[in-house]
Design a protein around this ligand. Structure first.
Ligand SMILES: Nc1ncnc2c1ncn2[C@@H]1O[C@H](COP(=O)(O)OP(=O)(O)O)[C@@H](O)[C@H]1O
Ligand SMILES: [Mg+2]
Length: 259
């Protein structure tokens, strides 16, 4: 359910690499509960926007607010602790850990602070570990990987690696989940399943910012779409309005996609 409340607010954000303007004076908001997509041709600046929001890169200018509070300049782990968690375009899982252990890595990220503050004895430590384990299992359940929890992550087929990355992000119990091309490299059936999983995450009350190249997926599940081209916002609105926007069609000419 999309709420009136603005969860994330980006204002006048820019980033250049040498002479290349990757993101240019970009402003947009994400409402609590929505699936908002950022689309655009290759090199449009989508991943850079994710890097700037998640703190991996510093913008040249602009402001970021989450729940009304400015969070400019925070390092990635502190941004994650705020409840903003992302996945990567290229999957980053630990091949030599089990599926469950991979999901627990996300959970550990969240509980570290609480852990040291609590000054727990061994009993508390075990309890903490148990709760991390339970959280990881809940996250695996969401993406349908429960039956694979004890397998080595490196043995998973590609599509399930992508799901595991989402599970690891979900194990941190984010408020805002940022997915960078979750359907890239997936076949048609896997893409459909992915759409269902993203919708089910939204139904859990998590807000989603989605970068995705697969237009049918984007048009299917997004509440709102922002279109970038050469780092500039060229359109923003409902899937229907974006689909018919001449500037969007023009930007995609020559690309092998059906808008
Ligand atoms: N670290 C970097 N150094 C130099 N150029 C970069 C860097 N990251 C991205 N770029 C350039 O910025 C532009 C936007 O890239 P990116 O955000 O990855 O686009 P998208 O995700 O939309 O395909 C591209 O021209 C890309 O080559
Ligand atoms: Mg990208």
């Amino acid at each position: 359910m999309v709420l009136e409340e603005t969860l994330l607010e980006i204002e006048n954000m820019s980033k250049s690499f040498g002479g290349l303007q990757a993101v240019s004076e970009l402003s947009f908001t994400v409402s609590r509960g929505e699936i908002k997509a950022i689309i655009g041709p290759n090199g449009a600046g989508k991943t850079t926007v994710f890097n700037l929001i998640s703190g991996l890169q510093r913008p040249d200018q602009g402001q970021k607010r989450f729940r009304g509070k400015v969070f400019d300049g925070l390092p990635p782990h502190e941004i994650a602790a705020l409840g903003i968690v992302r996945t990567f375009q290229i999957v980053q899982i630990f091949d030599n850990l089990t599926v469950c252990q991979n999901a627990m890595v996300g959970r550990h990220t969240r509980s570290k602070g609480e852990f040291w503050r609590s000054g727990v004895g061994l009993g508390g430590l075990r309890k903490e570990e148990e709760s991390i384990h339970d959280g990881a299992l809940r996250a695996l359940e969401i993406v349908g990987l429960t039956s694979k929890k004890d397998e080595m992550a490196g043995n998973l087929p590609f599509g399930e690696e992508k799901l595991l990355e989402i599970a690891r992000a979900m194990a941190t119990e984010p408020e805002l989940l940022m997915l960078d091309e979750p359907a890239a490299g997936l076949n048609e059936k896997e893409t459909e399943d992915m759409a269902g999983i993203i919708k089910s995450i939204q139904e859990l009350g998590v807000t989603i910012l989605l970068v995705e190249h697969d237009m049918s997926l984007v048009m299917d599940i997004s509440d709102d779409i922002l279109v970038l081209n050469y780092g500039v916002k060229i359109a923003e609105g409902s899937p229907d309005s974006v689909r018919e926007n001449p500037a969007v069609i023009e930007a995609y000419l020559g690309e092998d996609v059906d808008v």
